[in-house]
Design a protein around this ligand. Structure first.
Ligand code: 48F
Length: 264
């Protein structure tokens, strides 16, 4: 039997894309939580929040989600987590091995592609909406509280001003989460205005860093929660290198902090 696709024209396809995008963009111009950055910490935070019924929008400057979670380190796609973060791999249905049980306990290795794609799928399944190729330009500040973000297409900042003089647009939310990794881009917007001072990331010390990142995942400025490596940059904590347990656990904690704030 010959297969025949539905008779749909070019303009109908264009309308389907534009219509659905515009509807969603309009709905999410004001939302509960905006997460800037779709790496492991932002994705876990989004998944947890959406699963609890919170409206969440992730802003991601790349055309793909996952951030540093696609690779385990040094361009090698095996990633590690330390106990107890393997419980999140269990929740996501990601297979993993315990590494060299005899010498070290509680170190697990998984395929990065498998882990990252499962996390992205779980985040989308939970109902999180995503804006790709959109970068943070600034924050919305109302009465000394972060109340949203100012964004533009990622390409705009890469073009010379004489070609791309494009004003950004603003999106309002009750809470913003900075999940932009080492850059801590949202926090830095507040620092640029002299509203706070960040310490910048400390040197490598895996033993301490993962616990500290989760401990310090919190509201860093009214309306702004930090998660993942942005916590490290904001509080001057040691870096941890290629192990991801703290990113996943910090995402969970950021969601808990946000839910608590939304209740008030
Ligand atoms: O860097 P990233 O993976 O952050 P994370 O969730 O995890 C860090 C680990 O991957 C690794 C590590 C610990 O094991 O050291 O680095 O803290 O993901 C950050 C995401 O934010 C996006 C960026 O493209 C990436 O996907 N991002 C960064 N700045 C902006 C942004 C911005 N200004 N606007 C929009 N997205």
């Amino acid at each position: 039997m010959t297969m025949r696709f539905a008779p749909v024209s070019e303009s109908q396809i264009t309308r389907a894309i534009v219509g659905e995008f515009a509807k969603e963009f309009e709905n999410y111009a004001e939302t509960d939580v905006i997460i800037v950055g779709g790496g492991p910490s932002g994705l876990v935070a989004g998944k947890e929040l959406a699963s609890a019924g919170v409206e969440v929008l992730i802003i991601e400057r790349n055309n793909y989600l996952g951030g540093g979670f696609w690779l385990g380190g040094f361009l090698m796609n095996k990633l590690t987590v330390r106990s107890p973060a393997e419980t999140i791999l269990d929740e996501l249905g990601v297979p993993y091995k315990e590494y060299n049980k005899v010498k070290v306990a509680g170190l697990y290795v998984a395929d990065a592609s498998h882990a990252c794609s499962k996390l992205i799928a779980a985040t989308c399944d939970a109902g999180v909406k995503i804006l790709n190729m959109v970068a943070l330009d600034d924050v919305v500040l109302h009465n000394e509280k972060v109340s949203g973000v100012v964004v533009n297409w990622s390409a705009v900042s890469a073009l010379p001003k004489e070609i791309a003089c494009v004003d950004p647009v603003s999106l309002e939310s009750k809470i913003v989460i900075d999940a932009t990794g080492h850059d801590a881009s949202v926090v830095k917007k507040l620092e640029e205005r002299g509203l706070l001072k960040i310490k910048g990331q400390g040197a490598m010390w895996v033993e301490r860093s993962e616990n500290l990142v989760v401990e310090h995942t919190s509201e860093f400025y009214p309306g702004l929660i930090v998660t993942g490596m942005a916590v490290s940059a904001a509080y001057g904590l040691p870096r941890m290198g290629p192990t991801f347990g703290a990113m996943l656990m910090s995402g969970k904690k950021a969601a808990e902090v946000a839910i608590e704030k939304l209740r008030v």
